[in-house]
Ligand binder design. Structure first.
Ligand code: G3P
Length: 235
């Protein structure tokens, strides 16, 4: 039980690292939450701190989710502090990833006011189900290109993930998906991008969570005040 508690706490703390807030303080001496959309996330870092910082923050936030879901779990599976409870290994990774997303949204390092969890959730899902996540990334980019609303793309991507899992598993019964091993901490780590019902359940939890964290965006969309991204050559 101690091992599980430590996995959850370490994952939460990793997710809590407020990358965009640190970047804002270091680069401009500002709290990013006082500018742009007020969100402590990659999109607002793009807006307020420029594309290079925005991209760096987004990548770091993705990495936080992936580290929690894979590295933290694998490390403590290899070096347990006591017997691990009998939890499905995919569920354990998803729970750790979800703790990182929770940390990103309610960061202990910045007054529990963090970001919306999209990049960290993407990292968590990519580490567990890379193929499905890449399909979702394609949808995310297409929606941004056509709508120019990152918030709409984020919410649709979050809903698309469990839908794709469900369609692949229950409609087309596509079988085993993609399973392979990577090596980490001298351990062979099983990557199981197959159609596991844990992915469906946690995908649904993440989708609801992300719609919840976007409630101010939904209000702005309804009132016609939501921020849009601009592309070179398109107003
Ligand atoms: O990932 C967050 C994005 O979906 C919306 O960010 O800053 O426009 O509220 P923002």
């Amino acid at each position: 039980m101690l091992t599980l508690i430590v996995i959850l706490i370490v994952s939460y703390l990793i997710g809590s690292i407020p990358t965009s807030i640190i970047a804002g303080k270091l680069l401009k001496g500002i709290d990013i939450r006082d500018y742009g959309s007020g969100n402590a996330g990659g999109t607002n870092a793009f807006r307020v701190l420029g594309w290079k910082t925005g991209l760096t923050v987004t990548i770091l936030d993705i990495v936080k989710g992936a580290i929690a879901a894979i590295s933290v779990v694998v490390f403590f599976e290899a070096h347990p502090l006591g017997p691990l409870p009998d939890i499905n290994p995919i569920a354990l990774r998803l729970i750790a990833g979800l703790c990182a997303v929770f940390g990103h949204v309610f960061t202990i390092f910045a007054g529990f006011k963090g970001g919306k969890g999209v990049s960290t959730a993407a990292g968590m899902m990519f580490a567990i189900a890379p193929v499905t996540t890449l399909i979702v990334l394609g949808i995310f980019l297409l929606v941004i290109f056509f709508s120019r609303y990152v918030s709409v793309a984020s919410m649709l991507a979050a809903v698309a993930f469990p839908l794709i899992i469900a369609v692949r598993k229950y409609l087309f019964d596509l079988g085993g998906g993609l399973d392979y091993y990577i090596k980490m901490f001298n351990t062979r780590v099983f990557i199981h991008d197959s159609l596991d019902y844990h992915l469906l359940i946690f995908g649904l939890i993440v989708a609801f969570a992300i719609i919840y964290t976007h409630r101010t965006n939904i209000r702005r969309l309804i009132s016609g005040n939501e921020n849009r991204v601009t592309f070179h050559g398109r107003s």
